[in-house]
Ligand binder design. Sequence first.
Ligand code: FMN
Length: 182
Amino acid sequence: MKILAFIGSLRKESYNSQLAHTIAERYRDRFEMEFAEIGDVPLFNQDEEMNAPPSVLKLREQVKAADAVLIVTPEYNWSVPGVLKNALDWLSRVEKVLIGKPAMIAGVSTGAMGTLRAQLHLREILAGLQVKLLPPAGNELLVGQAAQKFDAASGKLTDEATLQHLDAVVGRFVEFVASVNR
Ligand SMILES: Cc1cc2nc3c(=O)[nH]c(=O)nc-3n(C[C@H](O)[C@H](O)[C@H](O)COP(=O)(O)O)c2cc1C
């Protein structure tokens, strides 16, 4: 199974990037993960949509080749970071490669709420894009108080309770992807 990961933070030491890499490594026997380079994508301009830049053409091909998408994003000002929304806007036009694609969403914040508000907005955005998600109840991956849950030296998620919840959600997601793509 091939998964394309979108990370909503471009920060080098991003906790969200650390979570995505933890997922890639922990479940490497279940899927292979590629990382989308959304930081290279210019600001969406509808005048240019028929003439998409190479960074967007590459993203489209990566989405088409993936069995599923993983979106791991921080919350910025109670919503989704602009860099992520920008990439999704490009992918919603001309070739609508996200339609019907299964996706898992997750987020890490330094505060207590674990990106709850951003994920509620993201679910609405993805509904408009006709992306397929597991129902939220029991499947939310909201990681708050990041500084206490990641190991600064290895850059990996080490909080045992969070890892156990992750195991359960990823297990259901892998079955969901198989059923959607069957
Ligand atoms: C522009 C900006 C807006 C933020 N807004 C929120 C917010 O609304 N809610 C929240 O929980 N944290 C917010 N934060 C704090 C982030 O949770 C924190 O910076 C986190 O580490 C970002 O994710 P990253 O480590 O993957 O870059 C904000 C941070 C930035 C830079």
